[in-house]
Ligand binder design. Structure first.
Ligand SMILES: [Zn+2]
Length: 110
């Protein structure tokens, strides 16, 4: 395991969380819908990439964590919906089925 990456992981993770929160804070639903995929693709690439890079000497862990990162990327980018009415991020049901209606306001999701 790469100790430098391990030390950098938590500060980078916290920076991504706070940066994303500040980026979307107070924005309208149209802005969230437009930029959601870009922001989460960036976050998952950075965080997931660091996790995958930490596994490099062990190819079994590398394969498992690479598959997990790609799976979570697929969920975040193609299964998650943004409510056009209230801007809530609607996670998929049962991990893979996109929600049809917003759980906060009941608006139809596209
Ligand atoms: Zn809503």
């Amino acid at each position: 395991m790469n100790e430098t990456l391990l030390v950098l992981y938590f500060p980078v993770w916290i920076a991504c969380v706070i940066g994303t929160w500040l980026f979307f804070r107070g924005r309208d639903p149209a802005f969230k819908k437009r930029w959601y995929r870009h922001a989460y693709a960036f976050n998952i690439t950075v965080i997931g990439g660091m996790i995958v890079l930490m596994t490099i000497p062990h190819w079994e862990a590398f394969v498992i964590f690479t598959a997990a990162v790609l799976f979570f990327m697929w969920i975040a980018l193609f299964r998650t919906r943004i409510c056009p009415s209230c801007g809530k991020v609607c996670q998929p049901e049962y991990l893979i089925t996109p929600q049809k209606f917003c759980s906060k306001c009941g608006a139809a999701l596209d």
